[in-house]
Design a binder for this molecule. Structure first.
Ligand code: NDP
Ligand code: MG
Length: 399
């Protein structure tokens, strides 16, 4: 691979962020080389991507060693296929790769994102759960290894673009009064509250502006996504919760805002298309074509904003409370949310019970420290056990 060609490992290649990343990369063939493509268990989809992008390595982290698959990949794509979750960490820290897109969904993405940070890589972070779960150890690893952390989440990428160059140093942050994360409000922003009891997984996943994986789509519908993003912002920009606000903006054109002490407010705007923050992070500090449609504000006409309704969106409140409680509370919140969302997607839990399971888990599992990876993983495991039992009890009661 030539020295000026970035060598990219894509974790979560078969997902929605994976597809958008490969779309941007394919627009700039001389600039990015695909070093590795990784998925969990989608072997045929990954094989197809390998045929097109010819990475040196492919990883199926959810499958055990399989000689037939390994041979098929080698013959059809020239890629060496690795198995098991440790392979993700090996790839993320591999000396021949300089850029890692961390786009696995959920806490499962933490270990490999952390491995990339520890190896001092340029880390493009879509996996917000890594910061929610392990914000302190993750940011420590970034600092100690001299990694470059670039946010992919559209709101955080917007904030990053609106902060002074050099980002979140103490002097720069002193000039920032607050950041405002925008939220679309999801598919149920204006639905009658009583209807929420009955909504189906497909209705919850039908996001008005973004096409995303199913877990984050449900998170958007409950607004837990925004709660996780408040916690993500706390770590990325080193801001306390009272300087991170949320504003509903149904059109998803303004991706977030930074308010300075002099009253100036800077915002980043674009059509809702994840290729915009992905292209920004891939080219940073340069700029490249993302393939996104140019923004035509004249055609859009009006942009609307409103404050979030916490009765409709209790998950947002729960996330702020967990952040203020500190320690392992965000890890407990995240684990309970993953369990509850999965139960909802499988038809075992009502939509409105997601917030109840999370609240009960937070009450039941004691908050401990979250300074080490071991501590957060233990909190994560305890919360998963508690949330699974709480969700099962509710299923028994059909609630
Ligand atoms: P998808 O569900 O579309 O894709 C998830 C990817 O992760 C797939 O490649 C999947 O592989 C892989 N994966 C799933 N489980 C595991 C596991 N246990 N171990 C290893 N890999 C696994 O998710 P999205 O692309 O929507 O989201 C990815 C991340 O980006 C999330 O953290 C999300 O919050 C964040 N994000 C997403 C946005 C979006 O627009 N989609 C916007 C902002 C943030 P397989 O196909 O084999 O299951
Ligand atoms: Mg987002």
């Amino acid at each position: 691979m030539s020295a000026d060609r970035l060598s990219l490992a894509l974790l979560g290649a078969t997902g929605s962020i994976g597809a958008s990343t490969l779309d941007v990369v394919a627009r700039h063939p001389g600039r990015y080389g695909v070093f590795a493509l990784c998925a969990h268990s989608s072997a045929p989809a990954l094989l197809d991507l390998c045929r097109r992008h010819r990475p040196r390595y492919a990883v199926l982290s959810g499958l055990a060693e399989n000689a037939d698959l390994r041979r098929a990949y080698a013959e059809q794509t020239g890629s060496e296929l690795l198995f098991g979750s440790r392979a993700l960490e090996q790839i993320a820290g591999h000396p021949d790769c300089d850029t890692v897109m961390a786009a696995i969904v959920g806490a499962a993405g933490l270990a490999s994102a952390l491995a990339a940070a520890r190896a001092g890589k340029r880390v493009l972070l879509a996996n917000k759960e890594a910061l929610v779960l392990a914000g302190a150890p993750f940011m420590r690893a970034v600092r100690e290894a001299g990694a470059t952390l670039l946010p992919i989440d559209s709101e955080h990428n917007a904030v990053f673009q609106c902060l002074p160059p050099g980002g979140s140093g103490t002097a720069a942050l002193a000039a920032v009064r607050r950041v405002v994360l925008t939220a679309s409000g999801g598919p149920f922003r204006a639905a009658p509250l009583a209807r929420l009891e009955q909504v189906t997984p497909d209705e919850a996943c039908a996001h008005p502006n973004w096409v995303m994986g199913r877990k984050i789509s449900v998170d958007s519908a409950t607004m837990m996504n925004k709660g996780l993003e408040v916690i993500e912002a706390r770590w990325l920009f080193d801001l306390p919760p009272e300087r991170i606000d949320v504003l509903i903006h149904p059109q998803s054109i303004v991706h977030s805002l930074v308010e300075y002490v002099d009253g100036s407010v800077l915002a980043q705007l674009s059509n809702p298309d994840m290729r915009v923050p992905i292209a920004h992070a891939l080219a940073y500090p340069g700029r490249i074509d993302s393939g996104a449609r140019p923004l035509d504000l004249g055609a859009i006409g009006q942009l609307a904003f409103e404050r979030p309704d916490l009765e409709r969106f209790p998950c947002l409140q729960l996330a702020y409370e967990a952040l203020r409680a500190g320690g392992s509370s965000p890890a407990i919140l995240n684990a309970a949310n993953e369990v509850a969302v999965e139960a909802f997607l499988c038809g075992r839990l009502r939509f409105t019970a997601i917030a109840r399971v999370i609240a009960e888990t937070l009450q039941q599992v004691p908050c401990g420290d979250a300074d080490s990876l071991e501590a957060v993983l233990e909190a994560d495991a305890r919360a998963r056990r508690a949330a699974t039992a709480l969700a099962a009890r509710r299923q028994g009661k059909a609630a």
